[in-house]
Ligand binder design. Structure first.
Ligand SMILES: *Cc1c(COP(=O)(O)O)cnc(C)c1O
Length: 429
């Protein structure tokens, strides 16, 4: 379809990036299950390898099915381009890779997906990178954490596990003043609820494994570039602004302008790190995204109703949902994610640790799994699973205290979910 800034979200989630297959007329995007593409002739091959012509070489770099998904996510996020990869965690490395070198750091929020905390506090050290963890509600602390070696600022829009909402506008202002890109993990919100680029983000990362696919079938990730950051304004980002030896001294920013980050992600990131999304995976995510807005509306509707009901339940001590009037983040919902606070929150049970175990075991519709953002309702007792290696103090700091369960509210009949929760809550006492 032609570029249409006039088209609405519901139209774009079905059509952006796709067109009838030129060879067959197939209306749904075909799964291009091929590793390689025949060059027209030797000159065509040389032009592709020199990045003088855009086209398909090898599916570690680009694939037509994956390309449709990249364009669709970029369009919904309001970005210039996107690179899909094998998982959300791969997307985080792909986002940092062009920005960082040994000795450099990224300033990150303390409220992050558990796996991201491990990736940033442990694994990236092996690349010589480091992360400085700060409370992103303390804007002075964020400013103070930025030093000469900082190359990016990172947070989640709606953060795991408590559904905390980051003041993206305030954080973007701080990053901008320091001449740094703000990277926002928008997995918990999706572009239907929050568009971080409109609040000043430079890059948006996704675990497409979650709401974008929405069916709990495939892992995937994506990095979207706003195309607005001036990589040449300082000498901090030589991968994008300085000559690239592997491409005869080509300068990505000078050559590709707003697509510099996207081209670098494909021509260097995917080429050398190989964290590629496969076309089957892209197919499942494309199918899922066709109903994204409908699902997110229902996710939010069910989450709001259940959070309000749970807050008053005699077996419940507290509920963290930002869509509740009692939440300290209730005001932020309107400015950051006006269509709702998502469908992820934690519930503290009066029954304590043992009560949580009984609660999880008694649920029937809710599945006890280490996942979120599925059409199905999911639950996890973090203290006995993902966070079981931590001390009770560390668990509490991470929002995973021994008496806390995390719910990912699905799109089933809300009355059935209520019945299921009610029965399990009775068992928890
Ligand atoms: C799941 C998740 C990730 C990691 O994504 P994977 O696809 O599992 O690698 C990162 N951030 C958030 C917010 C997530 O929910």
């Amino acid at each position: 379809m032609t570029d249409g800034p006039t088209y609405g979200f519901d139209t774009l989630q079905i059509h952006a990036g796709s067109r009838p297959d030129p060879a067959t007329g197939a209306r749904q995007t075909p799964i291009y299950q091929t590793t390689a593409y025949v060059f027209r002739d030797a000159e065509h091959a040389a032009a592709l390898f020199n990045l003088q012509e855009v086209g398909y070489i090898y599916s570690r770099l680009t694939n037509p099915t994956v390309a449709v998904l990249q364009e669709r996510i970029a369009t919904l996020e309001g970005g210039a381009g996107a690179v899909c990869c094998s998982s959300g965690h791969a997307a985080q490395i792909m986002a940092l890779f062009p920005l960082m070198t040994p000795g450099k750091n990224v300033v990150v929020s303390t409220r992050l997906y558990g796996g991201t905390i491990t990736q940033f506090s442990q694994t990236i050290k092996r690349f010589g990178w480091s992360a400085t963890f700060v409370d992103f509600d303390d804007l002075d602390a964020v400013k103070a954490a930025i030093d000469d070696d900082t190359r990016a600022v990172f947070c989640e829009s709606i953060a795991n596990p408590g559904g905390y909402i980051t003041d993206l506008k305030a954080i973007a202002k701080i990053a901008d003043k320091a001449g740094l890109p703000l990277i926002v993990d928008n997995t918990g919100a999706t572009p239907y609820l929050c568009r971080p680029i409109e609040h000043g983000a430079t890059l948006v990362v996704h675990s497409t494994t979650k709401y974008l696919t929405g069916t709990g079938t495939v892992t995937g990730g994506c990095v979207v570039d706003s195309g607005t950051f001036d990589w040449s304004a300082s000498d901090k980002f030589p991968s994008l602004s300085a000559p690239e030896p592997a491409y005869h001294g080509l300068k990505f920013h000078e050559t590709f302008g707003p697509l510099a980050f996207t081209f670098h992600g494909i021509a260097v990131g995917l080429r050398d790190l190989g964290m590629t999304m496969n076309p089957q995976g892209a197919h499942y995510t494309l199918i899922g995204m066709e109903t994204l807005s409908l699902r997110m509306e229902r996710h939010v509707q069910n989450a709001t109703e259940l959070a309000e009901w749970l807050e008053k339940h005699p077996a419940v001590e507290a509920v963290t949902y930002a869509g509740l009037k009692s939440s300290p983040y209730f005001k932020r919902v309107k400015s950051i994610c006006p269509r709702g606070a998502g469908a992820l929150f934690t519930v503290a049970l009066k029954g304590g640790y043992d009560g949580c175990i009984k609660f999880v075991n008694a649920l029937e519709i809710f599945s006890h799994v280490a996942n979120l953002g599925d059409a199905r309702s999911l639950v996890i007792h973090s203290a006995s699973t993902t966070h079981r290696q931590l001390t009770p103090e560390q668990q509490t700091a991470a929002g995973a205290a021994p008496n806390v369960v995390r719910l990912s509210i699905g799109i089933e009949d809300v009355e059935d979910l209520k019945t299921d929760l009610d029965r399990a809550l009775a068992a928890s006492m």
